[in-house]
Design a protein around this ligand. Sequence first.
Ligand code: SAH
Length: 358
Amino acid sequence: MSDLESRIKALIAAQGPISVAQFMTQALHDPKGGYYATRDPFGSGGDFVTAPEVSQMFGEMLGLWCIQVWHDQGRPKNARLVELGPGRGTLMSDVLRTLRSMPEFFENLEVVLVEASPVLQKIQQDKLKDSGTAPGWRNRFDETLSDRPLFLLANEFFDALPIRQFVKTQRGWCERMVTLSEGRLVFALAPTPTPSALIPADRMEAPEGGVYESAPAATALAEEIAAIIARQGGGALITDYGFAAPGFGETLQAVASHSFADVLEEPGESDLSAHVDFAALAQAAKHGGACVFGPQNQGDFLVDVGIARRAEKLMATNPAAATTLVAGVERLIAPDQMGTLFKAVALMPDAAPKPPGF
Ligand code: SAH
């Protein structure tokens, strides 16, 4: 048993069952044994492959998106570009290369990466050392990021934020907790029902056994970002896997070595994530004062921003890469690959023109 697993068990033995959100936070971010805190999980040799790792064109399209939004908003001179959960730094590297074509934007830009994992911060620093910028790092999104027009990117970040799960039972909605049974970590429902004020009205009609997942950290963050954009200008582009309309199923999953694993087995050894509830995210952002575009399927978004033209251009300069480029576009936009499950949503200031891709 890993040290992290024994510490989680000791915590439960001492204080009682913990929420799924608490379990996720420990399993992902425990400084000594947490999944992100201790490794680089990306790429074909890692546990999963994300869009920026599939092809440089993903980051290039997001860079073009930023340029257009910056232009539409009167080319502010003091813009800040923030990425949440930058992984290996690949997306930011591709975005910055694209922004260099617009010196007026690039040269006045403050670049900030928000990354909880010290291991990944180090990898990002190496990746961006020749980017022509002097980025700053933060462990979390905080109030120091609220005083300038904010251009924010987040790919596969919101799915990693902790969720709470509530199950509809005859007694009402009961929170699903993580507890101990014969020395093993198991799920169990809280004996006392959750106050119904915590369950949104549109979930009330769920059948027995239906699950409502809430992501309080995700919605609070979306609202905070939206408020900054509403006040200072800029735009946020959130890309992730998830659903546009709420369902009653559970989506928490564990992935290790490109396969699904047991959520409670070997905490810290597999990536835990949940589908992003884009409707909840959009509602929180509107509450924060932003105008929301999307969710739009990632495939349609990338095609609209111009991924096909970009692929043709890259092929013309490097014909030998044609097969790889076509495969990359296919993977990112095909409905049976990342084109439909993955979605994009944009948070914009009130009265901003429609951003590209929507
Ligand atoms: N955007 C990257 C990586 C996605 S994985 C890509 O597309 O390849 C999720 C990233 O978010 C990792 O870098 C992880 O360490 C970071 N992360 C997860 N939860 C976080 C939190 N609460 N605060 C800051 N960073 C977090």
